[in-house]
Design a protein around this ligand. Sequence first.
Ligand SMILES: Cc1ncc(C[n+]2csc(CCOP(=O)(O)OP(=O)(O)O)c2C)c(N)n1
Ligand SMILES: [Mg+2]
Length: 235
Amino acid sequence: MRRYEAIEEITKELKGDELVISANGKISRELFSIRDSACNFYMLGSMGLASSIGFGLSLSLPYKRVVVLDGDGNLLMNLGSLATIGHFAPSNLLHFLLDNEMHASTGGQRTVSSKVRLEEIARAVGYKTVKKVSSVQELRTVVSEILGSDSEREGPSFVLAKIESGEREVPRVSHEPQFIKKRFLTNLSNFTVTQLTTPNRLTNDRAGKFVVLKSVNFHPARIYLQRLHLVTKLD
Ligand SMILES: Cc1ncc(C[n+]2csc(CCOP(=O)(O)OP(=O)(O)O)c2C)c(N)n1
Ligand SMILES: [Mg+2]
């Protein structure tokens, strides 16, 4: 299974409103070429941070599914993020690791993931569902189990997909970083505003999310602070 096929398989199962945070390099490029969307947040340059950003989003937006498309080089650069995710264990976070045991995007320099059992680390730190797959068929089964509409699996989930080397010629992400951020945040605000049931605290057009969260029984002050933090981080 190649990276492109793995991303195709994962995105096929998405309903369309999940937030997808993709690691930098070819992972983002291939996602962009398979399915560009306002729900995608592409890392451009900032290696290692897809899991941290996905984690922050999953905590701040517990009613949203957050999908992280990570690479072995990316995850190894920010391994502490696994422990943080395992500890806080957001049930709406799905973490896919596209593991080709190398930094393929920059020429194939080896990483240590051929020896280091990253799925065992994920299990040890507290991910609730951990799977390892190495074929398209296996990935398809696991993806429908954890992403499918009748899925009752509790996250965070970690799926390590072993992939072969081999690149498709895909264009670079042609959006500017500012555009990616703005489109992503605007889409989130639109989504939450349409989901409002009791807009009692809607003080300005950026306040939508904590109103929604209040209506699903999360402490509004806590969520509001997390949300401000998120906006600050992305600004
Ligand atoms: C701090 C930092 N170091 C190096 C790079 C260059 N770089 C971009 S993508 C990448 C490799 C990513 O590897 P991996 O996550 O395994 O994804 P793959 O390319 O194998 O799909 C590297 C080294 C960078 N962007 N930032
Ligand atoms: Mg890699």
